[in-house]
Design a binder for this molecule. Structure first.
Ligand code: SAH
Length: 241
């Protein structure tokens, strides 16, 4: 879903950081990693820090130049912590997500990250349409490389609505009860409360309205409703004995 975003790392010095980037990407369901002249890659430290995201690492493509790495990209964003003397149009990570998360899959977008010690050079930023910024403490604005990738990928993930999709699809999650099921439950509840002598006919309306409010707040799922119906059946049977 986010595969049109290509994470491009320029001349990364520490292989561990490359691994940590792969992990950060996989956490956010991203897998398109491009490396421009990494100092040491492949490397055991990269695999160790990827901790389970070695598939992203294995699929990473290595390029000799930034130009080659972004050749098929239509939009190029250069992530930078520093204020630049020349003013580039800049976007925050969130604005980037808002603008392009829904872009067509063939609309490749490069997210370019710089070196750990010196970031991106001006001639590399010349290849970028936008400066990509992570808003943070202006007196201490340089994040660790993998942390910067993490924040950007997180914004893209949230922007794509996937956190909602993954919640609905959670294992064991039951669908919410329908209005019809809830009405049947309220009738059952009212009947049971009358049977056990709890409900006074003249007070029943206002109590039922309050009970509806309680259940509306909690939004029962079908499994939870089954449990409550089971309790009602049990107390009716018990009462009848
Ligand atoms: N010391 C470097 C920063 C290196 S951090 C410098 O002076 O530029 C490594 C990379 O992480 C940066 O090149 C940039 O791509 C990214 N990064 C770190 N902090 C960032 C921030 N606040 N906003 C955007 N990108 C950031």
């Amino acid at each position: 879903m986010l595969s049109h975003f290509k994470v491009v790392l320029v001349e990364t010095s520490h292989p561990g950081n490359i691994g940590a980037v792969a992990r950060a990407m996989k956490n956010m369901r991203m897998d398109q990693l491009r490396l421009v002249s990494p100092k040491c890659f492949p490397h055991a430290d990269a695999t160790a820090r990827a901790s389970g995201a070695d598939d992203v690492l294995r699929a990473a493509t290595v390029f000799d130049s930034l130009q080659d790495a972004i050749a098929d990209c239509r939009i190029v964003l250069g992530a930078s912590a520093r204020d630049r003397t020349i003013s580039w149009p800049s976007l925050t990570a969130r604005q980037t997500a808002e603008k392009w998360v829904g872009a067509l899959p063939e609309q490749n977008i490069a997210l370019v990250f710089g070196r750990e010690n010196s970031g991106l050079k001006n001639h590399e930023l010349d290849l970028c349409h936008y400066l990509l910024r992570i808003p943070c403490n202006s007196e201490y604005s340089s994040l660790n490389l993998a942390a910067a990738v993490q924040v950007v990928c997180y914004e893209l993930f949230v922007g794509s609505g996937q956190e909602i999709i993954s919640k609905v699809g959670d294992v064991g999650e039951e669908p919410l009860a329908t209005a019809e099921q809830m009405e049947a439950f309220y009738i059952h509840l009212q009947q049971t409360m009358a049977d056990i002598g709890f409900l006074h006919p003249e007070r029943s309306k206002s109590i039922m309205r309050r009970l509806r409010r309680i259940f509306n707040r909690t939004q029962l799922d079908t499994k939870e409703l089954d449990i409550l119906r089971g309790i009602l059946r049990f107390s009716q049977n018990h009462n009848a004995e």
